[in-house]
Design a protein around this ligand. Structure first.
Ligand code: BV8
Length: 232
């Protein structure tokens, strides 16, 4: 059985990583247009660098939770029949044991050079405008997909969605496209669909089944069901 899992900020909430739209969400104190758009970066690069430098530094203080670890176990068993695509830019899936993670919105631990286009592993700040190790130009930006930019690997994601027997959405509000449209695309290609989220998402009515609660509890239970062959 081929399974595609999409995750959002809600899967990292119990690890202490702020979500975007819950009451204490990241966007408070920062209007989206202030930090997550190319225009914002052109207008005030230091504010945007500061926002991402803080989040990159915060990664050292958080740990994967049982939901990340359960998906790591599932991937170990299913191998190529499992595709994990995340909207998250943290590294908790990798640290939770997932070997292949598709970061459609980029990653905090990566930098993108606006000079030569290189993407490179990056763990420290960018707000001191370090030179690109490749071309030497000091034009590095966070390697994240901002509003108005094209998510990474859409062709691969769409191929995986057409082949899925089951599409599971975990910890996302269904507010941001194209990720929010994956459930309809998968269903149109014959997949069963399941939502695991703290509360009904904006697209909850598109799902065959929805279970509401904390990912740290729901995801291990669901993974155990799949591994026991009882249900998908
Ligand atoms: C694109 C960057 C073209 C890095 C992010 C009008 C209508 C429709 C669409 C548009 C429109 N105008 C513009 C658009 C397009 C736009 C868009 O969707 N805008 C929205 C606001 C309307 N999208 C884009 O611009 C995208 N690009 O469309 O290009 C294209 C398209 C297809 C093919 C080719 C070209 C680019 C979008 C990427 C933007 N960058 N992040 C960063 O700073 O992180 S988006 C940002 O929001 C994050 O990536 C995050 O992942 C994403 C979605 O948020 P969620 O992950 O869902 O988090 P949220 O807080 O919202 O929800 C958390 C959920 O978890 C909640 O439901 C909560 O209940 C639940 N939860 C909480 N705790 C728990 C829990 N669940 C379980 N357990 C818990 N403990």
């Amino acid at each position: 059985m081929r399974i595609v899992v999409l995750t959002g900020a809600g899967i990292s909430a119990e690890s202490g990583v702020a979500t975007f739209r819950d009451s204490d969400g990241l966007w408070e104190g920062h209007d989206v247009e202030d930090v997550a758009t190319p225009e914002a970066f052109e207008r005030q690069p230091s504010v945007v660098h500061g926002f991402y430098d803080d989040r990159r530094a915060a990664l050292a203080g958080v740990e994967p939770n049982p939901a990340h670890r359960a998906l790591g176990r599932l991937g170990d068993v299913l191998g190529d029949d499992f595709f994990l695509v995340t909207q998250n830019i943290d590294d908790l899936h990798e640290r939770g044991g997932s070997a292949h993670v598709h970061h459609m919105h980029g990653e905090l631990r990566s930098a993108l050079c606006r000079g030569c286009g290189a993407r490179m592993s990056w763990t420290r700040e960018l707000s001191d405008y370090p030179p690109c190790p490749g071309c030497g130009v000091s034009e590095l930006r966070p390697d994240v997909v901002w509003f108005g930019e094209v998510p990474y690997g859409m062709d691969l994601i769409q191929l995986q969605l057409t082949r899925a027997d089951l599409f599971v959405s975990i910890g996302t509000s269904g507010a941001v496209y194209p990720a929010a449209g994956f459930v309809q695309y998968a269903a149109r290609h014959g997949a069963r669909t399941l939502e695991l989220n703290l509360m009904p998402s904006e697209g909850t009515h598109f799902f065959d089944e929805a279970r509401h609660g904390r990912a740290g509890e729901l995801v291990p239970v669901w993974v155990d069901e799949v591994l026991a062959g009882r249900s998908g």
